[in-house]
Design a protein around this ligand. Structure first.
Ligand code: NDP
Length: 336
């Protein structure tokens, strides 16, 4: 059983000393447990938070412990009711080949799911994040303008496509011409603006002639600076993520703009609400799963995955994800 354990808490970007690859015996399930063979490992931005012991909504991974992560796995042997060898499951098996589980929080997908890895993306945690954050906090109405950051990633891509289904004008923000082309031509957003290009703030302004009613925040930083003056009265901001800050070791230099932000919120009577997907919206999972699988089956929601082979690739693929190198949902394939 190969596994990555947390060796050191990173300062800034994780490096070669952050995770350690170990080989240990395949664990032996106790009574009431099952043995899972991890086939796909999800890479997600929140993992950076779990490497850190700064106060957060979830406890950090302890030093020497297996790095946490969502997995799609096959049951090898089972003493858990409702799970039999050969079943495909969605679990939280971590960065390793094999995991034990007592079935808590594990979803059984049956013997022959069509695209098992999609349960880590559009049909799973990132999909629920997009769907719930947009519908519950964004409260979109037809004709409104929705702006979505990190628009080519699994959350952003899904947010924008749901916005189109609900009748919004949807403008994405992404890094680079290739990602922007994908966002408009494949995902069907009305426009996509490259935040790395010169004149980004001006181009965004031109793309939202009626202002912004909903801004789905995934990144923070310079992108939010450009969005803030364009927000309309009673705008809603689902505050989902701040990926531009995850490796930061200090606050940015410059004048304190807290007053500017609070002034905008006050005068425009805006709502900015953070959420943690399963804590706040886990109870909506059945409704989400039904609606989203319907949209995916009908071809109304497109999904792009970036499959990388080999557990040993996971640390560098994760650093690349935080740097913006992923194009679609990054998944590590551990076994064929
Ligand atoms: P993504 O694939 O969208 O995240 C990676 C992308 O973020 C990169 O490809 C890059 O896109 C963008 N990015 C990275 N650095 C920067 C930067 N400095 N400025 C602007 N963009 C940057 O991941 P997900 O779709 O899984 O997650 C999106 C967001 O949602 C994350 O912030 C994540 O933490 C959050 N999230 C929150 C949850 C919650 O419960 N609140 C649950 C799940 C996710 P580009 O190349 O376009 O710059």
């Amino acid at each position: 059983n190969r596994r990555f354990v947390l060796a050191q808490r990173p300062k800034g970007e994780p490096d070669a000393d952050t995770l350690r690859l170990e080989t240990v015996d395949i664990p032996v399930p106790a009574k009431g447990q099952m043995l899972l063979r991890n086939v796909f490992l999800s890479l997600d931005p929140y993992m950076r938070g779990r490497m850190s012991d700064a106060p957060s909504y979830a406890p950090p991974v302890a030093l020497g412990e297996v790095m946490v992560g969502g997995t799609v796995a096959q049951v090898v042997s089972s003493d858990v009711e409702g799970f039999a060898p050969g079943d495909w499951v969605v679990a939280f098996g971590g960065w390793q080949d094999y995991a034990l589980s007592d079935g808590t929080g594990v979803i059984n997908m049956g013997r022959d799911p069509e695209n098992p890895s999609w349960a880590l993306g559009v049909l799973g945690m990132p999909g629920l994040t997009a769907w719930a954050g947009l519908t519950q906090i964004g409260q979109p109405k037809a004709g409104e303008t929705l702006v979505v950051a990190a628009a080519s990633g699994p959350v952003g891509a899904t947010v924008g496509q749901i916005g189109k289904i609900l009748g919004c004008r949807v403008v994405g923000i992404a890094g680079g011409a290739e990602k922007c082309r994908h966002v408009t031509d494949v995902l069907g957003f009305d426009e996509c603006i490259d935040y790395k290009s010169e004149g980004f703030a001006e181009a965004l302004k031109v793309a939202v002639p009626d202002g912004i009613d909903i801004y789905f925040e995934n990144v923070g930083g310079a992108v939010f600076d450009a969005v803030l003056p364009l927000l309309n009265a009673r705008a809603r901001i689902p505050l989902c993520g701040l990926i531009s800050q995850y490796n930061a070791t200090s606050l940015p230099d410059g004048p304190d703009r807290m007053g500017l932000l609070m002034g905008h919120i006050l005068k425009k009577r805006m709502t900015m609400r953070g959420f943690i997907v399963f804590d706040d919206f886990g109870h909506l999972y059945p409704e989400f799963a039904q609606q989203m699988s319907g949209w995916v089956d009908e071809g109304k929601i497109k999904y792009r995955e970036e499959m990388i082979d080999g557990l040993e690739q996971a640390p560098s693929a994760f650093v690349g994800l935080l740097r913006g190198e992923a194009f679609g949902k990054r998944v590590i394939r551990l076994a064929k």
